[in-house]
Each structure stands twice: as C-alpha cells, then as structure tokens.
Design a protein around this ligand. Sequence first.
Ligand code: ZN
Length: 318
Amino acid sequence: MVTVDRRTLLKAGVTASAAGALGMTTTGTAGAAVPVPTIHPTADWGARPATGTIVVENHKPTYIVVHHAVDPPMNDDFSLARAYYVSRFIQNLHMDKNGWLDSGQQFTNSRGGYITEGRHRSLEILRGGTRHVQGANVGGHNSEVIGIENEGLYSTVDVPPALWNSLVSLVAYIASQYGIAPEFIKGHRDFNSTECPGQVLYNRLPDLRTAVGRVLGVAVARAEAEWPLLKPGDTGRQVQLAQQFLRASGFGVPTDGVFGKSTKDAVAALSAQAGLARDTCTAAKAADETGFLGADVWPLIVPADRSAAAWRADLARA
Ligand SMILES: [Zn+2]
C-alpha cells in the first residue's frame, strides 16, 4: 500500500478534502479532534464490582500497551454478546485466579471489533485525559502503561480485520486524549519476558503506529530497537551472546548458541533472584514461559560498559 504523509500532500497544495477523497483520515491539523470510538462501559457487560478501591494516578500514562489474550479460546463468534462474554471471562479470571481487585487491563478489544471498558473507571478517566487508572497488566510498569487485551492469540495467525480496525481507533483515541506519540505504542514483550502480544501482532506494531499517526495527523518517528525475546529452543548469535553474559554472571551455561535446558534454568533462576514478575497478563498462561529471556532480563546480564540503548541496537543487528 502506498502511504502518503498528509502534510506532504498539503505542502503540495492538495486540500484536506482531496486528501479525504484519497481515503485518508482528515481530522484537521495535529492535535485536532480524533473520532471517538464506541466503548461499552462495565455496566453494559455485567461486570462484577471491584473488590477494592480503583487507584487513579494523578498523571497520564506514558505507553499504550498491546496484549493478546488466551482466554477464552478464540472462535469465530464476532458478536457484541461474545465481546461481553470475553470481558466477563477475563474479569473472572483476574479476580478469582489472580486475586486482583478487578480486570487487569483498562480496555478489551474483541475479534468482532467491539471495545469494552476493562477495569472500572477506565473510560471516565480516559475521557478526562489528565489522569490514569492503574491497571495490572505489565509487571513492574503498571503506573506507566494503559493496556488493551485483544481477544485471541496471535503468535502464528493474524488478527481479524475488524479487531485491527477497532484497535487502531481505540489506540488513536487514547493517544489523542493523553498526547501520546505513536512511538510510545508498545507490545507487552517490550517490558516483560513474554510472548505477548504474539509474534504476528507484535510484527504489526509498526503498521499500528503508522495507522495511528495517520488518524492523529502526525509523522511517526522510528521506534528504537527493543530488547529481543529469546525462548528455549531458539538458536543463533543472540542466544550465544546471552550465554556469554550469563557465564560472566556466574551461570555455568554453554556458549553454543543453542537455548537448551541449562540456559533456560539459568534464566529462570536469575529471574526469580531478581524478583521479576511472571504471568503478568492473561496471555502468559497460554504456554510455559519459564526461562524466557526478554526486556526485563537483558538489563540484568549485559555488561555495564555500554548503555542499554547501545546494547539493544547491537543485539537487533546480531
Ligand atoms: Zn500481555
């Protein structure tokens, strides 16, 4: 698909309405009103009351975080009723199994393209645009992130078009309300060592940033390289570097570039020692993620002689 920056068109003397005729979103200059998506509040889907006080922080969130969701198993029911069912299912799981006071995520997005409020008060506070409902969906970062659970697992399959479209409109609306630049749209794995939001959906985050930038009428800066996610069974140069760093940290692992059992055990031990949060969202229950080496593990093992950004850029090239 050919994408044209709207401002390039404007510079070239093309009017906003002509840009609209080209199928672009023309909501005016940057910062102008963005279409408000329909978001179904907790009362609509029969949410249980929270068991404690919802924490509302007196600042805006920094990042918008995309998740995929393992439960309930996805199917091809694209109805609003299904969206409500998914919202209830996730809330029950978070309250009854995880012991949380309410849904962990602020918003839920269904395969049929229906958006629901997750944690109570998230919609009201988002509309205000100045404060942040603290959720529970990204270990160690819940004061900084506003999280969206997307129904279904996207490790090997792509998202349905309806889910994609509602994700773009929801993320654009959140970004507009809080003044969050598209580069600050992240995947869960950019913070924790988890598969979430699935390799396929994760690979589409640059597309999401571009699509959101188009709705907002802003140019999208290139996102910085992130820490790579390595899993047991992986092979290659990144694994070998991780093994060298683990050895230097006192773990007796081979440096063969094969992420085998001893490497997995070392990462699991290191994660436990450091008290890293695991199973921080619903999707983490999709598979055993013990020993996954990602964004919260790398900073514990890379040599301190270079900055984190330098290491991330290097590892991306390795
Ligand atoms: Zn997640």
